[in-house]
Ligand binder design. Structure first.
Ligand code: AMP
Length: 564
């Protein structure tokens, strides 16, 4: 298929803010795509070269794309740099540069989706000496054979900023509409939650739509994690979970989904990234404790010499660290507290009731200092649950997770089968919320040149709603770090699906999640969360790079906090 068919769809999708319309445009696109190019088209719609757990970065910087554009269009590099500084969008610079290209080439090879896909993959594998140069030539060649519109999206994709403003779930809608019906989206989503590779899913949906019903968890492919609701009292938790529940310590660590395969162990993060290279010692500890052929989930924690569990920050220093790993390993020993088993004995266990899964998990291994199950108390008694919470806090945990006795593991879903029970939600004073940055206000005085305040939003099933203007709690380092992180996310329009009244100086792509503290939740005429709720006196706590906008706090959770 001509790459132009894909870029025409991108352009049409950029023109609308209606989710239904975008889903229909995607459906038409999938329909027009030959089977062998479906996986590429689906991934390219998200600006990706593969699923999160097998992601490849193309790794071209804005600067080198500008150089390529100069080569491909004959325009002066300095001019392109000026236009880029003004427009802030590499795609528009590319489109303009190629539209005014001096001479047309004599021979052109057709620019197909397959060709772009293969080239981008080759680019992503280029490393070492001369790799920038080779990347640069390869991109120039593609630009040479495409239209100016193709150039717009090709360059955005090359720098990792395609940003059509929708998530995988809209592609799920598009697939249902293309190969089944809108009514069957639930089945497509269930398949995606178990096998979150949109390219694979697209191919399978096209080949045999009905077979999506039979998609099961497969060792080696991470499934989307289950998420919990939250409540503030043992009484409310017990009531929701049928009078009796399993309360577990809620550790402040790093969530790990471990696949123990005969050929080795793979570890995945909450957002399905491959953590294996960063935590060889976690993999090793798990391999020693558990048999191959299982998928388990737990919280990875740093453990000090006295056996104390240390908080997330300690382990966070380990992420992304490649150099000096050996010394770091000695410095921070890591342990795992397991809380679920998702696959064993050759089959998935998602529909097995929680208590049975837990028994299965405990029977899998003999606990040690490093690998153990989460501390658990099954009770129907409020007082006992509260005392258990106090014990957990004294041991440095964040609170408890309450689990419904008969609850299944609902991949990719948030539900009442899991409930976070933390003390800070009981007083008005210390609620934390994980909200998404959607806008910024220029700072003044000491904060001049930085984002002085941020427009924060909570998640809804279809988008985001603003919940507060966050302007306190930032250190100078925080301001600089936030500026560096947010500037590349600037966009000219409000994010798709955002409900807002308060207009910031700049809009941002909804990507960055921040944890904030609030004094209380109140009704608000300005903010749109839950139809008019806001966090009062919000204070910045930290960046939550382990969270994606999809796992940020929901508007419904904020409203529930208000009602309490
Ligand atoms: P939150 O990040 O506040 O939404 O809380 C959910 C997270 O708590 C999960 O993603 C896990 O990383 C973590 N967690 C810690 N202990 C447990 C536990 N016993 N059961 C489930 N999740 C846990």
């Amino acid at each position: 298929m001509d790459y132009g068919r894909l870029t025409a769809a991108y352009a049409a999708m950029e023109q609308t803010r209606s989710r239904l319309e975008i889903a229909s445009l995607l459906a038409e696109l999938f329909h027009d795509t030959p089977p062998e190019e479906l996986a590429a088209v689906a991934h390219l719609c998200l600006g990706q070269l593969g699923p999160a757990y097998d992601s490849r970065e193309i790794g071209l910087s804005d600067k080198s794309v500008l150089r390529t554009l100069a080569l491909a269009s004959g325009a002066a590099l300095a001019e392109l740099q000026v236009t880029y500084a003004e427009a802030g969008d590499i795609g528009l610079v590319a489109e303009e540069a190629l539209a005014t290209k001096a001479q047309q080439p004599l021979f052109e090879a057709p620019l197909t989706v397959s060709r772009v896909w293969k080239r981008l993959h080759t680019l992503s594998r280029e490393t070492g000496t001369g790799s920038q140069e080779r990347k640069f030539r390869a991109l120039a060649e593609l630009l040479h054979d495409g239209t100016p519109q193709d150039a717009r999206y090709l360059c955005r994709t090359a720098v990792g900023k395609l940003r059509l403003g929708f998530s995988q779930m809209l592609l799920v809608d598009g697939l249902a509409e293309a190969f089944g019906s809108r009514e069957e989206r639930g089945m497509v989503e269930a398949a995606y939650n178990r096998h979150p590779d949109i390219g694979w899913l697209a191919q399978r949906a096209a080949a045999d739509f009905g077979s999506l019903d039979a998609v099961r968890v497969e060792p080696g492919i991470p499934l989307r994690p289950m998420l919990g609701e939250r409540l503030s009292s043992a009484e409310a938790v017990l009531e929701k979970q049928g009078g009796e529940a399993c309360f577990e310590w809620k550790y402040d660590g790093l969530r790990v989904q471990a696949h123990l395969l005969p050929g080795g162990t793979r570890l995945f993060s909450r957002s399905l990234e491959d953590l294996t290279p960063q935590f060889p010692d976690v993999a090793e500890a798990l391999e020693q404790a558990l048999p191959a052929g299982v998928i388990v989930e737990g919280e990875a924690l740093a453990i000090d010499e006295a056996g104390n569990l240390l908080p997330f920050q300690v382990i966070a220093r380990r992420r992304g660290r490649k150099h000096g790993l050996a010394e770091k390993l000695k410095e921070i020993p890591v342990g795992v507290r397991l809380f679920d088993v998702l696959y064993a004995d050759g089959q998935e266990t998602l529909d097995t009731p929680f208590v049975t899964r837990r028994e299965q998990l405990e029977a899998l291994f003999t606990p040690s200092d490093r690998v153990a199950c989460t501390t658990l108390l099954r009770t129907a008694d409020e007082g006992e649950a509260e005392q258990f919470l106090l014990d957990a806090l004294e041991s440095g945990c964040e609170g408890l997770m309450a689990k419904a006795l008969d609850g299944g593991y609902r991949a990719g879903a948030r539900g009442w089968q899991w409930i976070k029970y933390k003390p800070d939600y009981r007083s008005d004073l210390a609620d934390t919320i994980d909200a998404v940055v959607v806008g910024g206000f220029h700072g003044r005085g000491r904060r001049g040149g930085f984002w002085g305040a941020l427009l924060m939003a909570t998640r809804t099933p279809t988008g985001f709603e603003t919940v507060c203007k966050l302007g306190s709690g930032f250190s100078d380092e925080d301001l600089a770090a936030l500026k560096a992180r947010l500037d590349p996310l600037r966009r000219s329009e409000p994010p798709l699906g955002l409900e807002w009244n308060l207009e910031p100086d700049a809009w941002f792509e909804p990507e960055l999640v921040l944890e904030l503290l609030g004094a209380e939740i109140s009704r608000s005429p300005i903010h749109t969360c839950g139809g008019g709720y806001a966090v009062r006196f919000p204070r910045y706590k930290r960046q939550r790079d382990d969270k994606t906008p999809e796992t940020a706090t929901g508007s419904d959770e904020v409203v529930a906090m208000f009602k309490q």
